[in-house]
Structure formats: structure tokens, C-alpha cells
Design a protein around this ligand. Sequence first.
Ligand code: DOR
Length: 446
Amino acid sequence: MAMGERYDLVLAGGTVVNHDGVGRRDIGVRGGRIAALGAIPAASAGEWIDCTGLTILPGVIDTQVHFREPGAEHKEDLESGSRAAVLGGVTAVFEMPNTNPLTVSAAALADKLTRAQGRMHCDHAFFMGGTRDNAHELGELEMLPGCAGVKVFMGSSTGSLLVEDDNGIAEILRHIRRRAAFHAEDEFRLRERLSERVAGDAASHPVWRDSAAALMATERLVRLARAAGKRIHILHISTAEEMRFLAGHKDVASVEVTPHHLTLSADDYARLGTKLQMNPPVRDRAHRDGLWAGVANGVADILGSDHAPHTLAEKEKPYPASPSGMAGVQTLVPVMLDHVAKGRMSIERFVDMTSAGPARLFQIAGKGRIAAGYDADFTVVDLKRSEILTDAWIASKAGWTPYAGMAVTGWPVGTIIRGNRVMWDGELVTPSVGAPVRFLETLARG
Ligand code: DOR
């Protein structure tokens, strides 16, 4: 470290996890970017944070959240959703297009970016919904500043976005160049099996939306992507069979798993009822084991929370009138660090799945790595701290979590975004600094 260098911020004495391994390093930040790594003299910093005993990860990027604005702000909005994110140690989010109006046009994307300005606490990008109607324009729409790419629902879920047939998917793939994200459940099979739903029994949700529906859609999608020569990202993989199938298709397909599919199982419907109702469903333990196998062997690329808030009143409607989804952006880090504490994955693999992985798949500019020149985004955690997750801690307007009462070891204590200490020790200390994420494929545009 050169003597006499000045930094705006120094994180001192923490254990840093990056591409170089795990080790004690100071981090110097200047102008919102990482300027130095190593031993930094105390005198050279504007702000000095003693991170002794803490672990510093590259900022956690959650590439699947539903923040409900515009259209369902009683469940969430961009301010409350991003507050939940930073309180949970998340530094950037990619938000989904099934809002009302749908994010299916340049105007709708611009509206979200305007709403985010000065209100969102974390960095952000928005997915563009792919439809039959806008398919021919998607090659342009996906290149707009602040766009994370195209998202397609092959099976219907919350909202009205749906492209269920091969021709529709092929048409979308034909027009795009970036990696597109897909909700892969086979709509035709879901329609055939509607009678499998048992009134009042959320445990019938995975019987209706069975593993075959997920596998069929994923197989169709991979075939179409290969034919089109395009990259695809398959969201929230929920079955052991898909994970085995996708091991043969890593050249075209990237894979997301969620904390809830890795943590909860069909055994929990008796306790949680419709709170556990998600699309695709939480399934039995054999599927959960299959997902963990995909974490262990690398077929699963990244973790996404699929933060999908609904109010308790909505969830209390008797199944199947109850909506699918649960809040998850705030609990991603503690729930997964608990898996790290229990030896189910390494902290390096956690970073691979929450920072390096998202940056690699989505070609994020200047994030996902603790290295000189990168954005100074950090998730500061205490790997030894034990806490009990509670509904009261949940900042989402939903106000509840399926993990209420669960003891975890590993806790987010700081969220630093481009050198701003946004969250520290549970307090939102620097609000509203969120900015659009930039992407390599659209650098020239913003
Ligand atoms: O359970 C879900 N809820 N899955 C989805 O794909 C959508 C989400 C929502 O927006 O509520």
C-alpha cells in the first residue's frame, strides 16, 4: 500500500472473501470504488470502520425480486422492498415485470426507473416482460439502460404475463441477444391438472403443479434455446430431475435456486399452510436433496430470493384462492449463512452464488468482486452471530416470513453500496442512494 494515500472510507481488519480466497485485509474506498486492498494506515481515511471479527463479502445481488410497484403497493413498493433488501445485506436487486401495468414497454421501464430514483436504497435493474405482442421489439427493449434483460412466464403465476407455447417462446428467443430469464412450468399440464387442487389444502399445490410440469417446461425451453442459439436463465429450479437434466446443458442454460426450495419442504405445509404456497412449489425432501446436489456440483449458478410479498389477509384466503409467494429478500443472507454455519455450503460458494455468479451470468459492469476498480459494494456479516428470525424484523409490507421462529447463525451487520454505509447494525443509516445497475452488453447506453 502506498503511504500517504487518502481514502473516503476504509474497512479495517475484516476477513475478506473474494476470488483470492478468505483472508484478513483492509479495503480502501475512493469515489465509490475499491481503491486498495491490503494494510492501510489508520490516518488515511475519511470514514474508518473497524471490521475486526466481521467477514466482508462482495455485495449480495438478488436477481429475482417482485416489488409490486406500480399496481400493488399495498403489498410492497420500491422503497419498502429495497429497505428490506439492505436490512438483509443485499446491495442490488433485479425486479420482475409482473406489476400493473406490466413492464412490457420502454415507457413502463422508464416509469420504474423514475420511481426508483431517490427512493430505492439499493442498486437496481428491471426485467422487461416478454410477450407475444412485444416479441419483435425485445431486441431493442432489452438494451435499454436499467434493463436486466427479458423475463418470460411459461406457466401462469401472479399477474397476467404468459407465453406458454413453443412458437411464442421461439419468437422471443429469435429477437433477443442477451440472456433471458424464464419461469419454467408447463402451462398446458397445469391446466389439465387443475382438479388436483384440494380446497383448503395448500399441500395439494405441489400435487397440482407437479415435478413433471416443471421438467417438461425446462426440457422444452432448453430445446428451443439450442435451436435459436441463445442463452437462457432458468429461474427457481424446484426438482431433482431438472437439476440432473440441466447438468447436460450448461453451455446454454444457467440455473437459479431459491433459499426456500433449499430450506423448506413439503413437510412444512402442515405448519405453514398457504404461507408456503409458491410457484414453482416447495416439494418433498428428495427434491430438496436434488437441489443441494446441484449446489454441490455447480449446476446451480446463483441464488435468487424470488421475494414475492403478499399480505397475511391475502394469504389467509382458503387455498386455492390464496396467492403464491412469500417475502424473501431480507432473509436470503441469514438463511443461507445458516446453511454455511451448518456445513452445507462454503462461504466461498455463497459468494459465488450471490455476487460472482450474478455478475457472470448477467454481465454486470463493475460489481460482484472485491477488486480494485470495482464498485465498493459490500455485505458485511458476522458469521458467529445467532439470531431468531421474526415477523417483526421483516421490513416488507407483507410483514411476515415463513422462517419466523427459526434460529440462524450468521447475520448481515452492514450493507455498503458504492462506498455508502447504507445499513449498519440493523439501522438504515444512508437512505435512498440506489442507482441503476450497468451491464457490459449495454454500456454505451447508460
Ligand atoms: O410464487 C410466486 N409468486 N411465483 C412467481 O413466479 C410469481 C410470484 C409473485 O409475483 O407473486
